[in-house]
Design a protein around this ligand. Structure first.
Ligand code: CO
Length: 628
């Protein structure tokens, strides 16, 4: 049994939950498990638990009834008792692995598909890699009757181990009903040549020869962090690692020991959605607008990490477990990597007498990597010795590809090999940040740098100041970045003043980001309405977890942040949640081929007036043998 209410569900608990559901006869052949997540306690339940009150640990099971086309949300205790059952009419299940496999089998077994492939010189469906993609755009007329549909982009695999993405079949797609595995349409366009240039990347095929001498990371006295279950203590930081089938890696209960006083900073931080809108209107591309979190369950695709390759140094790994759609339990060993990294100098000064003070900085890293079809996403949370936190997504893997019709132009794609296109697209993340700065009651301010025109207020022309605007309501708190104003957002606790009388706070510092190119009235624009503001602020509601709503698959749009914030709830001096939209506009480069070097996007959380001095000042100098 678990020792903390926020610990991820263990394999044994998941088994008991599934068995309980089965023995209650609530499940039969019609049902699939869309998602099994920890039924997270609310903040007040956690407080009561901390005060000694008993808390029923439970799973939130999302059940999909294929026959009735009905989602039900079922709360089941980890003892297997069904606590509540709520139907959610109109909601559609994310894509589940058994359905995807059955859909692919149906597409491959269809003789019309084999014939169409033969017309393209492909003798066997076994030489074809097909993927199941949700319709991220209009469903073709006549098929739009509410069925759950997927379509299958496909690639030729000339040899075992070929990089299939080098050989897209651009003129053939199969549409399959996910619930019945029925092939409902085959879309065959006029023939487009299959790009033929191989793009190997396995060491076996490329014999890479650029090598450096070994670099060993050793910590002879061991690592400086402790892991107690899912709780981490490192330096003055403490926090809990969480994990969920939908969001993957999460961070709970972040606090910093400020000279003996443990001060809260965040209650829960997650990457709550990831959507990738594609910008090429070609038949094989315009529908590729997938919600990797909400339509697939990002955590399902978590890698088992390997020492020396994915992570270097003194590593502690955490294993996770998940329930598959058929109720079987799958464990993922080494799913989360915990380690420390040298991070260059933390600070330095040489004074007027020539005296040098320098401190080396280190950071703690919690990370996890997923593979969703062609792409890898690494989620990296960093904790620093200056009291700051950073999130970084590492994007790698293989860009999606299209075959070029030689008679057409492709202004929305990069040609990366002859006849091989990589369509423009955006990777757009939404971080849900439930910050609790020295307590739950906080306010959010927008800070802009502003310069007055030349005149009495600015006689020399170089003066500037900052303008601080309280984001008092949800409608006022839908904001975009402004690099020209050096804009940032500050979460303050108006009830806690620092030594100069200002409220203590942390700021959200935007990094590199992007703005959606899809029109708001497009299918993806409506479904991912959260993309159109970089910042949203809501009063904390534990039921509001996913910015595009709980069920984005084939949703008509408008769910999540746009819907909740229509209430225009007040935000001042309350329990606020920040939602930060960030990402990258990916105009593929030829050098992103065949496997894209890691691209990084993210944001920082930095203390502003939270501490009395830089917490980095308390860091001891390195031992002389390590610094000479
Ligand atoms: Co990309």
């Amino acid at each position: 049994m678990s020792n903390h209410p926020l610990d991820p569900l263990s394999a044994a608990e998941l088994s008991a939950v599934v068995d309980g559901l089965r023995s209650s006869k609530a499940l039969d052949h019609r049902h699939l498990l869309s998602m099994v997540q920890l039924h997270e306690p609310t903040k007040s339940e956690l407080d009561e638990w901390a005060a000694g009150r008993e808390l029923v640990r439970a799973a939130l099971v999302t059940v999909w009834n294929r026959e009735a086309a009905l989602i039900s949300e079922v709360v089941v205790s980890v003892g297997g008792e069904v606590i509540s059952w709520t139907d959610v009419p109109g909601a559609q299940s994310p894509v589940l692995a058994p359905e995807a496999n059955e859909a692919l089998a149906a597409a491959k077994a269809d003789p019309r598909v084999a014939e169409a492939l033969a017309r393209r010189g492909i003798a066997s469906v076994d030489q074809v890699h097909m993927e199941t993609w949700p319709f991220g755009a209009q469903i073709p007329a006549g098929l739009d009757d509410g069925r759950r549909l997927i379509w299958t982009p496909m690639w030729h695999r000339p040899d075992e181990g070929s990089n299939v993405y080098a050989h897209p079949i651009g003129d053939l797609r199969v549409i399959v009903d996910l619930d019945t595995s029925e092939v409902v349409a085959i879309e065959e366009d006029s023939l487009i040549p299959i790009p033929a240039t191989p793009a190997p990347y396995r060491a076996r095929d490329t014999n890479p020869s650029v090598a450096l001498k070994p670099l060993e990371i050793t910590q002879p006295e061991g690592a400086s962090f402790t892991v107690d279950g899912w709780r981490i203590n490192w330096e003055r930081w403490s926090f809990r690692i969480g994990w969920c089938q939908r969001e993957g890696l999460l961070i709970h209960d972040v606090a910093f020991d400020d000279n003996g006083t443990v001060r809260k900073i965040a209650r829960r931080m997650s990457i709550a959605e990831l959507v990738i809108p594609y910008g090429d209107p070609s038949p094989g591309a315009y529908r590729k607008n997938a919600f990797d979190t909400g339509e697939f369950g990002l955590g399902n695709y978590t890698n088992s990490l390997t020492l020396g390759c994915d992570c270097l140094g003194e590593i502690v790994y955490l294993d996770v477990a998940l329930a598959e759609a058929d109720g079987s339990i799958r464990e993922i060993p080494n799913a989360i990597c915990l380690h420390e990294e040298d991070f260059g100098i933390l600070w330095k000064h040489t004074d007027e007498l020539g005296h040098v003070e320098v401190r080396r900085g280190r950071r703690f890293v919690a990370s996890s990597i997923v593979t969703v079809n062609n792409y890898e996403y690494g989620y990296f949370w960093y904790f620093y010795q200056d009291g700051s936190i950073e999130f970084e997504a590492k994007l790698t893997g293989i860009v999606l590809t299209l075959a070029a019709d030689p008679d057409l132009d492709y202004p929305s794609s990069t040609e990366i090999d002859p006849g091989l296109l990589a369509p423009y697209h955006q990777h757009i993340f939404s971080a849900r940040l439930d910050l609790d700065i020295d307590g739950v009651e906080n306010s959010v301010l927008e800070i802009d740098a502003v310069a007055a025109p030349m005149g009495p207020e600015n006689p020399h022309g170089a003066a500037y100041t900052t303008r601080s605007t309280l984001l008092a309501t949800e409608s006022a708190a839908q904001r975009v970045i402004d690099p020209f104003a050096n804009r940032y957002w500050k979460v303050v606790n108006p009830n806690r003043l620092n030594h100069v009388g200002a409220p203590v706070g942390y700021k959200l510092v935007p990094g590199h980001t992007t703005y959606p190119m899809a029109q708001r009235e497009s299918v993806i624009g409506k479904r991912a309405g959260f993309m159109y503001s970089h910042l949203w602020v809501t009063p904390n509601n534990e039921a509001e977890k996913y910015p595009a709503g709980d069920y984005p698959f084939q949703h008509e749009g408008g769910a999540g942040l746009p819907e909740w914030t229509a209430a225009d709830r007040p935000l001042e001096n309350t329990d606020v949640v920040l939602w930060y939209t960030f990402g990258t506009n990916h105009i593929p480069r030829i050098e992103d081929w065949p496997v894209m070097p890691v691209e990084r996007v993210g944001f920082h959380l930095k203390p502003v007036g939270f501490f009395r001095r830089s917490p980095g000042n308390d860091v001891a100098p390195s031992q002389p043998k390590h610094c000479h």
